[in-house]
Design a protein around this ligand. Structure first.
Ligand SMILES: [Mg+2]
Length: 229
């Protein structure tokens, strides 16, 4: 876990979902590969060729970012949704594919430790999910983990029609929770997607390695922040 900033007055926790609220290599791989397989089918090409094209785009993106932001560390991530957008697949199409392809219950099961952690946090903070997956997939994921009732707000790819890192989903979550962005902390597993932009928006940011780090959040936040009820 890397704590970049925790606001002195903290009212809400904005959680990334995938690889943050659960860690499951097989499901992560499926989520990354299945839309690429579909795109390859549509383009009448092979999965490997499609992967090469995507890797090429990502490499180019990283080079451009590095040139534009010399000295910036680890923020050259680009979401799969934005890669697809660059390859001509509109965000609405990505949303539809994911809704059709992803069945989190096939991979995830109830996580009582996560539930205990989030229940305790919900006593002090408002909780939201801000994900690049569609809201429907987010609902199914949280249900599979057994924590769907603990989040007041779900912001997905189809809420604002843009993929993180973009200000809109983070600001939308704060707005829907009725809190100011400066009193939110964004928690996620990818610096360039989940942390860098929230920090620019004046939010806090905590980078996690997976759900194991989330289990320890209660202790970290109790130590570092003045809880505002
Ligand atoms: Mg993630």
């Amino acid at each position: 876990m890397t704590i970049y900033r925790i606001p002195s007055i903290l009212s809400a926790l904005l959680f990334d979902m995938d690889n943050t609220l659960y860690t499951n290599g097989e499901y992560t791989r499926f989520q990354l590969e299945s839309p690429v397989r579909r795109l390859a089918e549509i383009r009448n090409t092979t999965f490997d060729e499609m992967q090469r094209e995507i890797a090429g785009y990502r490499a180019e993106y990283r080079k451009t970012r590095a040139a534009e932001h010399p000295g910036a560390q680890g923020d050259a991530h680009v979401s799969l949704g934005n890669v697809f957008l660059a390859l001509g697949v509109p965000i609405e199409e990505t949303v539809r594919w994911r809704e059709e392809l992803y069945e989190p219950a096939l991979y995830l099961k109830k996580d009582p430790k996560l539930r205990n952690t989030l229940t305790a946090l919900a006593g002090s903070f408002s909780l939201a999910v801000v994900t690049n997956n569609p809201v429907l997939v987010a609902r199914k994921t949280l249900a599979a983990l057994g924590v769907e009732d603990l989040f007041g707000v779900l912001v997905g790819l189809d809420t604002c029609g843009v993929s993180k890192p973009h200000a809109a989903p983070f600001l939308k979550a704060a707005e829907l929770l009725g809190v100011s962005p400066e009193t939110c902390v964004s928690i996620g597993d990818r610096y360039g997607i989940d942390i860098a932009l929230p920090l620019e928006l004046g939010m806090g940011g905590i980078l996690v390695d997976g759900v194991e780090d989330v289990y320890g959040l209660g202790e970290v936040l109790a130590e570092k922040s003045e809880i505002k009820n």
